[in-house]
Write a protein that binds this ligand. Sequence first.
Ligand code: ADP
Ligand code: MG
Length: 504
Amino acid sequence: MRENSILEMRGIYKGFAGVQALQNVDFTLCKGEIHALMGENGAGKSTLIKVLTGVYPKDAGEIYLNSHSGAVQIRSPQDAQRLGISTVYQEISLCPNLSVAENIFLARTKGKTISWKTMNQKAGALLDSLGIAVKPTQQLGSCSIAVQQMVAIARAVDMECSVLILDEPTSSLDESEVEKLFLLMRQLKARGVGIIFVTHFLDQVYEVCDKITVLRDGTLVGEYEIAELPRVKLVAKMLGKELDDMADIKNDIPVYHKDAAAPVYEAEGIWSIEGIQPFDFHINRGEVNGFTGLLGSGRSECVRTIFGADKVMGGSVRMDGKPVTIRKPMDAMKHGIAYLAEDRKRDGIVGELSVRDNIILALQVKTGFFKPFSKAKATKFAEEYIKLLDIKTASVHTPIQSLSGGNQQKVILARWLLTKPKYLILDEPTRGIDVGTKVDIQKLVLKLASEGMSVTFISSETDEMLRTCSRLIVMRDRKVVGELSGAELTQSAIMNTIAGGEKE
Ligand code: ADP
Ligand code: MG
């Protein structure tokens, strides 16, 4: 083994029916190192981690740990745990209805009874030592996602892990929560823990990581010191494309004939039970506009009101100039509105269903379940959209939950496109997915608009919005506070409007 390394994976192969997920991949983790594992959708990151944690058996290759001479066999997650390899997934697999302390000690007392008092004391000391501000007696489910993740990490640390794997832990955290997580990561690093960090946020990689290993299509592209790989180069390595492809879309300033086009959707004074202030809004045919503002400013609540996903309390709506009533999603769908929700786990995928059945779902709901599509028709629809959106799946029958996040998102997008909407609402369609799929989705939005579809796009990344939208509605404290278009569309203007500064 290399000097200082605690983990080495060598020549790892793993195939699934029809897909070679890993091909001769090497990965080395050193003591006290935060190591980013990067790659596009389907590059093999999760598979590598699942091989390491005994979720999947590998087809070939060896795994070495500095604590053992000779290759180790990891046949189950319990084996991995025993060898000091711990994982914290994005979806936390702890028990929300138990207390923080109970979760930390869950299934670890080895039959011994431990008093509540001792347990709470021990948990308290552990949380203190890691600087996690939460009471041991608090019910886990009542803590923020960030705190829940930190509790999961504390649990791993207490089990004396030497390798900690964080697979996309930050997708659902806000900035201050991410900072706290990074603080914790740095503390663990100082204790000598090696951390494998999977994320799609480039900023985060450059803020917290020491090294980067890049995978592409199941093969190793390379291992780099963070200082020697500027972010444009990282993106190029992940994409396996020259940078021009990226520049392409950046310079592609959308041109709309929005002034000539008539509004598809117009709302006056609509508001919902979720506490959004009454607002006016419209979108023209072939226009791409968006809602922007800080997390929690009400961006999502606005589009949920438009779609009737939250209970609509008042206001009036016209579509193509005619008054309509939209109180619930079905009303919106009947009028040709489609809505890709922010939280695909909650409002989106049906994990156990196949890719095909997930794709036809919205259209089936729209036409009614008493008129089911034939299998052949459903397969034809699914195949068409798998091709159109370049969805990476073994077949139409593959359960959607085995696809990578970006591909799942494309399936949900396919579901809505299949209903042939006039007006498509996308709430954070690119969150937590890889750069390549992001670019695909942005390009698709522009293409759909050029064909006459109206699209409202929400993204936390303002540069992404500037690239796709020709008009931005700015939110602050659950109120529309401004609108920017044309030459006003700049980062600084957005930030000024969000911050409440005067517009020049
Ligand atoms: P990443 O995490 O980098 O996005 P994954 O490791 O999830 O990539 O996927 C690598 C490839 O293996 C993809 O093509 C994916 O569709 C495929 N794959 C992953 N898990 C399974 C599975 N359980 N069954 C079939 N194919 C799978
Ligand atoms: Mg993954």
